[in-house]
Design a protein around this ligand. Structure first.
Ligand code: PEP
Ligand code: MN
Length: 338
C-alpha cells in the first residue's frame, strides 16, 4: 500500500503519517522525488486503519499497490484528458461540452428541429437513443439502424457530434459506423463483455455510472475499456438509487470533484436522469458546472409532453436556450467557457 502526499507537504506532515503507521504497528519507507512524496507501507498490515491515513493532513490518496490505476492515474499537476467529440469539439478542455437532444430518436423532423436548436444555442453534441434500454419490454425500444441514419443526417446538417447508446457487443460495429461517441448506459456499466468490446474499437466512450455502482466500480468499468486499448473514456454521473422518492434518482455531485482528484478522465453530468424532473435540470446543471464538471448531457425535446420517452425530464427548446445562457457565469467562475 502506498500513501501519496499532496504537493508541497511539509516534513512534519510526512512525519505525522509515519507516526500514524508506527502507532498501527506497520513498517514503512518514505520515498521522495522532486515531484512527489510517498510513504510505502511494508509488511504486515493487520492493524492498518486506511481512513485514519486518508484523513491525515496533506494526504492525497492511499492506494493498494496491486490496484490497476489506469483510470485513477492523476498525479499532482496533471491535466484532465481532452477527448474528441467528433471533429470540431472536445470534452475535458476549457470549453464546457454540452451534449443535448431527445431521449429517443423518434422522427426525422423531430430530430432535425431539436438538433438545429441545440446547435444554435451553443451545444457541441447531439444525443439521442436509437437502441433504448427500457424497463418495460412493452415500451418503445428505439428505431434501431433507422435512428442511427437520422442521427448521421443531423450531424451532416449541423456539424454536431453524435452520441448514442450501444447496448450489446453484437451492435458495437453498427453503432460505431454512425456515432462519434458510443454511450454505455447505466444498466450496462457492469457488462464486462460490452466494456471490452467498446474498448477494442477506437471511438470515444461515454460511460454512465450504474445507478447502484460505487465510484470505484465506475472507475473499474472504465478500466475494462482502457485495458484493451481505448483510453478515450468520458465518465458520466447520472444519479444513483436511494430511499429518496422526490426525484427519479439522487444526483451525486460530489463524484465530480472526487473523480477530478483521482483520475485524469473527464466527467460530465446528466441532470435529466439524475433528477427525472424538468424543473430541476437547470439548477443542477449550474451546480454541476460550479463543482467542476467538464460537460452536461441533457434531454431536450420540441414537445416534451408528447415525447415517446422521458418527457417529464426533458426541457423544451426555449428552456434549453435559457439554460445555456444561464450557465455562463458558473462556467466563468471556474475559468471555463460554455
Ligand atoms: C440515456 O441517456 O438515454 C439513458 C438511458 O440513460 P441511463 O443509462 O443513465 O439510464
Ligand atoms: Mn432518457
Amino acid at each position: 500500500m502506498i500513501v501519496i502526499m499532496k504537493p508541497h507537504c511539509s516534513q512534519e506532515q510526512i512525519d505525522h503519517v509515519v507516526g500514524l503507521l508506527d502507532e498501527m504497528g506497520c513498517d514503512h519507507c518514505v520515498i521522495e522525488s522532486s515531484k512527489q512524496k510517498v510513504v510505502e507501507v511494508l509488511g504486515a498490515r493487520d492493524h492498518l486503519d486506511r481512513h485514519r491515513l486518508m484523513n491525515a493532513p496533506m494526504v492525497d490518496r492511499v492506494l493498494e499497490k496491486s490496484e490497476p490505476i489506469l483510470a485513477a492515474d492523476r498525479s499532482p499537476g496533471d491535466r484532465t484528458r481532452e477527448i474528441p467529440l467528433g471533429t470540431s469539439a472536445t470534452v475535458g478542455g476549457k470549453k464546457i461540452a454540452v451534449i443535448a437532444g431527445p431521449c429517443s430518436v423518434e422522427t426525422e423532423s423531430q430530430l432535425m428541429d431539436i438538433a438545429a436548436a441545440v446547435k444554435e444555442a451553443g451545444g457541441v453534441g447531439l444525443r439521442g437513443g436509437a437502441f433504448k434500454p427500457r424497463t418495460s419490454p412493452y415500451s418503445f425500444q428505439g428505431l434501431g439502424e433507422q435512428g442511427l441514419e437520422m442521427l448521421a443526417l443531423a450531424r451532416e446538417k449541423t456539424g454536431l457530434a453524435i452520441i448514442t447508446e450501444v447496448m450489446c457487443s453484437e451492435h458495437v460495429d453498427l453503432v460505431a459506423k454512425y456515432a462519434d461517441v458510443l454511450q454505455v448506459g447505466s444498466r450496462s456499466m457492469h457488462s464486462s463483455p460490452l466494456l471490452a468490446a467498446v474498448g477494442r474499437q477506437n471511438k470515444p466512450i461515454l460511460l454512465k455510472r450504474g445507478w447502484s455502482a460505487s465510484v470505484k466500480e465506475l472507475l473499474m468499468a472504465a478500466e475494462y475499456i482502457m485495458k484493451v486499448g481505448n483510453r478515450n473514456v468520458i465518465l458520466c454521473e447520472r444519479g444513483i438509487r436511494t430511499f429518496e422518492t422526490y426525484t427519479r434518482n439522487t444526483l451525486a455531485l460530489a463524484v465530480v470533484p472526487e473523480v477530478k482528484r483521482i483520475s485524469t478522465l473527464p466527467i460530465i453530468v446528466d441532470p435529466s436522469h439524475g433528477t427525472g424532473r424538468r424543473d430541476l435540470v437547470t439548477p443542477m446543471s449550474n451546480a454541476a458546472i460550479a463543482c467542476g464538471a467538464d460537460g452536461l448531457l441533457i434531454e431536450v425535446h420540441r414537445d416534451p409532453d408528447n415525447a415517446w420517452s422521458d418527457g417529464d425530464q426533458s426541457l423544451d427548446l426555449d428552456q434549453f436556450r435559457a439554460l445555456m445562457t444561464g450557465l455562463q457565469p458558473f462556467a466563468a467562475a471556474g475559468g471555463r467557457v460554455v
